[in-house]
Design a protein. Structure first.
Lengths: 460, 1040
């Protein structure tokens, strides 16, 4: 038997590498789990160390105080971290003073308490809401919360981020590994087949066996045979023409249709965070959609309704996802975008007031309906009660807003053909619906039957 | 077999030895190709680094780059408010009540604003007085966005800051305080309680202040006559709805006579109601809008009118007044007098003669009749100009007795007949300030041109009629660095108050009498009980007390009648008038008004002298239509008292009294105007002694003038089914089939009513809304407010004089004017029906030729025509791309983006209402009107498409408005009330001639009007079943 070189060696190398790869990936898993456990312990420890009913205090704080106060930052009212000890040290005021103040601050100001008056004057004479419903225990809890060592946001985020990256990675990598391994196995099989084939061929050559292929006649090349068959040529030509016509038509029909258009905006505004994570109703910001043809881009003062208090992004409960991190959507990034808003609206964070120096935001318009097409949001939103998502897609999942629907006339018309008009409880429709449904012999009228396909309804 | 024939191009080729032939054979181009200059020069060619291959590369690259760049869609930016104003919702219009009081036009109006931009003027239906906007007021919103506006104050033509102007003025005023020189305020008529009070305070502060009110077109005679009789400088008001007989001597009360605004009351009396309508007799020289609407119109010269007026007084007073009048006039006068006597206190006599005696006579006649229509208790304050004071001021200026001249709302250097005197005088004034909107003749002469705010940017108030107050509020912040006169006055007086506070104070103290200021501001109008004497005017009016007792009035009237009866003239008389489109020329730079065709002559972009046919023949003046369809006219030179105006184009005007010619004010402005807007000649040069009647001589000038006239055919040619009319007598006594006949067509050789035959199957239109429009030819005065309203609402482009001349005007709504060829339309019809055969006495060949020619004093009819929205529309069937189609609500819809511009539809339209966009009229360097600059574009209605080149456009029946009404109702979940559906024209129509609504709402006004006997469709025989219908015009020919 002739020596077949390298055969064993190659399979050996491959086998070893597969084994090594699998081993290594298991090791990775082990490390991840360890890291996750560690973080969990650390969080638990922080909670215990603070003492008092911090948890209850936190929820009370968020319910009652957070609109105007932050722990570490001046807002409408002063920063409240360690407020009790600060007051005791600086002003010599005790917890009793705080009870009175919280329960009836206007009263104290009226009564002329020195520090009360001072703080009232310092904060633009905006009196703090009185909270007579809070019991002393509640206040104790809140104070315990404010006295707890402030969380180190950056560290926490970093840990959370690492945690999430590891956790999220497990499933992703394992899938890839399985697929990769399969691919490798497949390639190995192919290689083996080729090697076996070659070896056999060599053996055959060595044995002087004549192969079939060499015996075969030198026939006509296939393209010449094809060219000779005129019928086939004709059929192919027709097929090619039709196919190219089909594709050309398809290509031309998408001209000017910007479905999926997702331009980069001057401020990275995430609909996902606002409408998705925080469940803000679309029409809270796009209020003119209810009454006007335009949905309206909210003016910046609308943003400031919330962002006066929300000055930083602290992430959702689960922390940023790996995709977010991969895109650079860290908490700092979002906080930076909020600062852009402040700059545009001219909000001085330090002093909590407007400077009057504004820079209107030049958003890039995503949905560009041509001038000759008339569309009215209020007709669809208020009268028809259509969900915004019907045309705008899953906005609550869009990190970057994009054009969901094609916005072509065919798309409009199809919907008008298929959608029944919501006539319930609308006196306007009462008569026309009764008469028209009788005429068409239907229970429910579509928008098209109401006249929603007439040219002049949208083009004038 | 090959032919041996030799073809030759020139004889020379036959000679084989000809050198020329050889040379030419070698040269493809006989001329030297200039390329050789470059390519032939070896040095330049070698010096260049670009070789042929490089060149091709560049060409290739740039082509590819250009096409690639073109592939990318444009990025559109959306910029929201930083802080959104509470009341503004993008996409939703806001309306504000305000008042225009520019010295010529006074009206209470609503302003439609979109995103803070005023875009349209609407009538304020809450206003009892002056609540309807005429064409000029409708167009005034465009003047706000005039690109030639003064951007800020100027000192001798150089831009300065307001501070500099304030300092200069204050310094000078303080110097003049107590000095002998006067401080003169030369202003328009304000009729404003607050401004009167402010000027009174200004007088008090500086002592030697002389306030002169100046109206460009003076009503001095009427004011003087009224003042002499009633001790108040004002104008009598007339309630024409209470009049059964209206006799007018040259009073163009449907246009601008004494401030205008009489059309509403007039139209009320003109619609036959329970068999009655008012009778209107007009004695006049020019064919005016009012004369065109009269039941009986008598053309005569101003001199004859004076005599006639005196004689009428005599007849009514049973006294004998002598004077020579032509027999027909004498007869007309006699029957008029008889009718007046019959109507008693329900008759009224009006006059527009610029003659104090005539005005006195009219007041006396109405007093004599006890006319219910005349209201002297609560007169109008729309004119207050005092020509004597103006002349005195100019004399003072020339004598150097004026230290400071402050002007507002006037342009004396353009409007004064003696502008040269004024120019001389202003040079001798130490300080001259002209508050002006644009640079104009006066601001060029004045040291300071103070940029004044538009009324839509200003605060103000007005008392149009005694006891009827209205407020002006800004609807937009000042677009440029301007200030209103009153604010400046406050500032110069050292008063820190804003003019807003000042008005509020005035109103709370003198006007409101405890009523709510905010409510008054919201309504725009406030009517005080008339009985209460308005203190503010009593306190501040400039009028001196005349102090004449009642016994004394007898003497003036006698002398007045005497001098009227003895009126005489030498030669041709010129009657100056104002056009409804241009008025006194304040808005001459407004392209909508320039393109607005005059209701009578249908000429746009011009003024002209109107000459009677007889005089034209004598003077050898012609009007002719040239090959391209344009109207050309001769030029004349007009000379009044040594002052001449040359190159005045001539229009031969049917109905013009022989011996008179007419010329309109407001044109011929040059300074501060775009080239395109510098149209016509300045008639103010001939306005000597502020009298609109002048003795004139005419002389033909060389050349022919090219008019932009939108209607070249003048008569109806006896086609009585276009404008159906009848007389009150027939209307009252006969059946509707007799006077409102349905045209008949032949079906199977039998005459059947046209309405019974149809080429098409009808659709069921009984469900949902079905819009119809009703146009009452009795109520329509032809004023044209609807034309401008349509312009504003539908973004109709202005195309310019050249294009209008080529019949490419874009008006979606036109008002056709027809003259009768015989004395009446009725006899036209009779003449046409009597045609028998082609030639001969009654032949149609010559007969139609005669019918083309309007009569010397024709009957006139106006007919607004817009798209008739035919239910069986001929245009829809011929459109190859189905761009025009029919909606269920009755509208004939036009999808511009689908239109490819074949113009088949326009050819197939029997009403000729479709307009073709020959050019892109916006963003086009060839056109310089409002759509071609950023400021002018602000007036564009965002709800209506701006059409592009190559598409057909037409009236949409304001589908954007009907759709909005429907949507509002849907949103509020309610049914729609009658009157909610409006179009731009129907809401602009002050006389109620145009009514729009849903005929499927059987209670609606339009549904009732459709059932009316007078209802007919235009060209019913064509079978188009239009959704626009007309009401037969009824003329009151009942002679007493």
């Amino acid at each position: 038997m002739k020596q077949v070189p390298y055969r064993n060696r190659i399979s050996k190398i491959l086998g070893t590498s597969v084994l090594a790869f699998l081993l290594f990936s298991t090791f990775l898993h082990a490390q991840d789990d360890a890291a996750a456990q560690e973080t969990g312990t650390a969080t638990a420890e922080t909670a215990e160390a603070s003492g008092g009913d911090v948890a209850k205090g936190k929820s009370l704080f968020n319910q009652n105080c957070a609109a105007c106060h932050s722990l570490n930052r001046k807002m409408t009212g002063p920063a409240l971290a360690n407020v009790e000890s600060r007051l005791a040290a600086d002003e010599g005021l005790d917890r009793e003073w705080l009870y009175t103040w919280i329960k009836n601050s206007p009263g104290m100001i009226k009564a002329g308490d020195a520090y009360a008056v001072k703080i009232y004057a310092e904060y633009n004479q905006a009196a703090m809401t009185a909270f007579p419903t809070l019991s002393n225990t509640d206040i104790d809890d809140i104070l315990a919360y404010t006295a707890a060592p402030p969380p180190v946001p950056v560290a926490a985020t970093a840990t959370a981020a690492t945690d999430a990256a590891g956790g999220g990675g497990v499933s992703g990598i394992s899938n890839e590994i399985i697929l990769g391994a399969l691919a490798l196995v497949f390639m190995l099989l192919v290689m083996m087949l080729i090697l076996v084939n070659r070896t056999l061929r060599r053996i055959a050559e060595a044995n002087g066996v004549l192969l079939e292929k060499d015996k075969a006649e030198k026939g006509l090349p296939i393209w010449k045979a094809f060219a000779k068959n005129q019928f086939l040529v004709l059929v192919t030509a027709i097929f090619l023409l039709l196919a190219s016509g089909y594709f050309a038509y398809g290509w031309m029909m998408q001209l000017g249709i910007d479905q999926g258009y997702a331009p980069i905006q001057p401020i990275h505004y995430s609909h996902k965070i606002h409408a998705g994570d925080n469940q803000i109703e679309c029409k809270y910001c796009h209020s003119s959609a209810r009454v006007s043809k335009h949905s309206g881009i909210p003016s910046l003062n609308v943003c400031m309704n919330c962002h006066k208090s929300i000055y930083e992004y602290t992430g959702n409960a689960e922390g940023p996802s790996p995709e977010d991190l991969a895109n650079g959507y860290t908490n700092e990034f979002y906080t930076g975008e909020i600062k852009k808003l402040y700059q545009a609206v001219g909000w001085d964070e330090e002093n909590q007031k407007y400077t009057g120096d504004t820079q209107p935001v030049e958003w890039v318009r995503i949905h560009n309906l041509p001038d000759f097409a008339y569309f009215n949001h209020s007709q669809h939103v208020t009268v028809a009660g259509i969900e915004c998502q019907t045309c705008h897609g899953p906005v609550e999942e869009m990190e970057i807003m994009y054009q969901y629907a094609p916005l072509t006339m065919g798309w409009c018309v199809n919907c008008h053909r298929e959608t029944n008009v919501d006539v319930a409880g609308n006196e306007y429709y009462a008569k026309i619906h009764e008469e028209l449904s009788k005429k068409y012999g239907v229970d429910q009228l579509t928008a098209a039957q109401m006249g929603g396909l007439e040219c002049g309804k949208c083009h004038y | 077999m090959a032919s041996n024939k030799k073809y030759w191009k020139s004889e020379a080729e036959l000679n084989p030895n000809d050198s020329i032939v050889e040379t030419l054979r070698q040269n493809e181009f006989v001329e030297e190709i200039p390329v050789d200059e470059f390519l032939g020069n070896k040095d330049t060619l070698s010096a260049t680094s670009t070789n042929r291959r490089d060149f091709l590369k560049y060409v290739g690259f740039s082509t590819a780059a250009a096409s690639l760049a073109a592939c990318e869609g444009p990025v559109k930016k959306s910029i929201p408010y930083v802080v959104q104003p509470e009341r503004i919702v993008p996409g939703v219009a806001n309306y504000y009540a305000t008042t225009i009081a520019n010295g010529f036009d006074f009206a209470s109006i609503l302003v439609k604003t979109r995103e803070g931009r005023p875009i349209k003027i609407e009538n304020n239906t809450d206003a009892k007085v002056g609540g309807s906007a005429n064409a000029r007021v409708q167009a005034s919103v465009l003047s706000l966005y005039d690109s030639t506006r003064l951007q800020g104050p100027l000192l001798n033509g150089e831009a300065v800051e307001w501070d500099a102007l304030d300092n200069a003025v204050q310094g000078r005023l303080n110097l003049l305080k107590g000095s002998g020189k006067q401080i003169a305020l030369l202003t328009q008529t304000y009729a404003s309680p607050s401004t009167s009070r402010l000027i009174a305070e200004f007088k008090e502060a500086y002592g030697n202040v002389n306030h002169v009110t100046y109206d460009a077109i003076s009503e001095d005679a009427a004011l003087n006559a009224f003042e002499a009789k009633y001790n108040e400088r004002a104008l009598a008001d007339y309630h024409l709805e209470k009049a059964e007989v209206i006799v007018s001597f040259s009073a163009d009360f449907l246009a601008d006579w004494q401030g205008g605004g009489y059309d509403k009351g007039y139209a009320k009396g003109r619609v036959p109601h329970e068999g009655k309508m008012s009778r209107h007799i007009q004695f006049e020289s020019n064919m005016s809008l009012t004369g065109a609407n009269a039941d009986k119109r008598v053309p005569l010269t101003p001199t004859q009118q004076k005599i006639a007026l005196a004689k009428l007084y005599g007849k009514l007073n049973n006294s004998n007044v002598s004077g020579d009048l032509p027999e027909n006039v004498e007869m007309a006068l006699e029957s008029a007098a008889a009718e007046i006597r019959k109507a008693g206190n329900k008759a009224v006599v009006l006059t527009g003669l610029d003659d104090e005696n005539a005005q006195t006579a009219v007041l006396a006649i109405n007093e004599l009749l006890g006319s219910l229509a005349m209201d002297v208790e609560a007169p109008r304050y729309t004119r207050a100009g005092d020509t004597k004071a103006v002349n005195q001021l100019i004399a003072d200026m020339k004598a150097g007795r004026v230290g400071a001249l402050i002007m507002d709302g006037v342009n004396p250097a353009y409007t004064l007949p003696n502008a040269a005197d004024f120019a001389e005088g202003i040079g001798k004034v130490d300080l001259s300030v002209a508050f002006t909107f644009n640079t104009n003749e006066t601001s060029e002469l004045a040291q300071f041109a103070a940029a004044s705010s538009h009324y839509l940017e200003s605060w103000g108030d007005a008392q149009i009629k005694k006891g009827h107050y209205s407020l002006t509020q800004p609807t937009i912040k000042e677009l440029v660095d301007t200030r209103q006169f009153q604010s400046a006055l406050l500032k110069w007086m050292g008063n820190d108050k804003t003019y807003y506070d000042y008005i509020q104070e005035t109103w709370n103290t003198f006007v409101l009498n405890g009523a709510d200021w905010n409510q008054a501001l919201h309504d725009g109008v406030f009517s005080a009980a008339v009985a209460e004497e308005s203190e503010v005017l009593a306190q501040t009016a400039d009028a001196d007390d005349a102090g004449e007792g009642t016994e004394a009035t007898i003497a003036p009237i006698a002398s007045a009648i005497n001098s009227l009866a003895n009126a005489s003239s030498g030669g041709m008389e010129l009657v100056l008038y104002s056009k409804v489109g241009m008025g006194d020329g304040q808005q001459a730079s407004n392209p909508w008004l320039q393109e607005f065709p005059d209701p009578i002559t249908r000429v746009s972009w011009d003024n002209y002298v109107t000459v009677s046919k007889a005089d034209a023949a004598t003077l050898n003046l012609v009007n002719e239509n040239v090959a391209n369809g344009g109207l050309d006219g001769s030029y004349v030179k007009l000379t009044v008292n040594g002052v001449s105006v040359d190159k005045v184009p001539v229009i031969i005007q049917p109905g013009q009294a022989p011996g008179t010619v007419g010329l309109s004010f407001g044109y011929g402005k040059k300074v501060g105007m775009k080239q395109e807007m510098q149209t016509g000649v300045n008639a103010f040069a001939l306005y000597q002694n502020f009298s609109n009647i002048q003795s004139v001589s005419l002389e033909q000038s060389s050349g022919m003038h090219e008019f932009a006239c939108v209607q070249l055919h003048k008569t109806l040619m006896g086609r009585g089914d276009i404008i159906k009319e009848t007389t009150l007598e027939i209307f009252n006594t006969k059946d509707a089939h007799d006077w409102n006949k349905v045209p008949e067509v032949s079906l199977n050789h039998q005459e059947v009513p046209a309405t019974s035959v149809d080429l098409w199957d009808s659709f069921d239109r009984s469900i949902g809304h079905h819009f119809n429009m009703s146009i009452d030819l009795n109520a329509c005065t032809g004023c044209g407010a609807c034309v401008i309203a349509c312009h504003a609402e539908n973004n109709v482009p202005v195309v310019g004089k050249e294009e209008v001349r080529r019949s490419r005007d874009m008006h979606w709504l036109r008002i056709d004017r027809y003259y009768s060829s015989e004395d009446t339309f009725e006899s036209d019809n009779a003449k046409k029906d009597a045609f028998d055969g082609l030639s001969g006495d009654k032949g149609s060949l010559g007969g139609f030729g005669q019918l083309e020619d309007p009569a010397l004093n024709p009957q006139v009819a106006f007919q607004p025509v817009m798209c008739q929205h035919c239910n069986h529309a001929p245009c829809e069937t011929v459109c190859p791309v189905a761009a025009t189609s029919h909606g269920r609500q009755g509208q004939n819809q036009m999808a511009y983006n689908r239109c490819v511009g074949t113009r088949y539809c326009a050819n197939n339209c029997p009403y000729k209402v479709r307009r073709f966009n020959w050019f892109l009229y916006s963003d086009n360097d060839e056109f310089d009107y409002n759509m071609n600059n950023n400021l002018g574009k602000m007036v564009i209605n965002p709800d209506v498409n701006v059409r592009s080149r190559g598409v057909m456009e037409k009236c949409s029946m304001c589908i954007q408005k009907t759709q909005k009404t429907i949507l509002d109702a849907k949103r509020e979940g309610r049914t729609i009330k009658d009157g909610e559906f409006q179009t731009a024209c129907s809401s602009a129509c002050g006389t109620g001639a145009i009514v729009f609504g849903d005929v499927n709402d059987h209670e609606s006004e339009v549904a009732h009007l459709k059932e009316n006997d007078r209802m007919y469709h235009l060209l019913e025989s064509v079978g188009t079943r239009p959704n626009v219908f007309y009401h037969v015009k009824v003329r009151n020919t009942d002679e007493a």
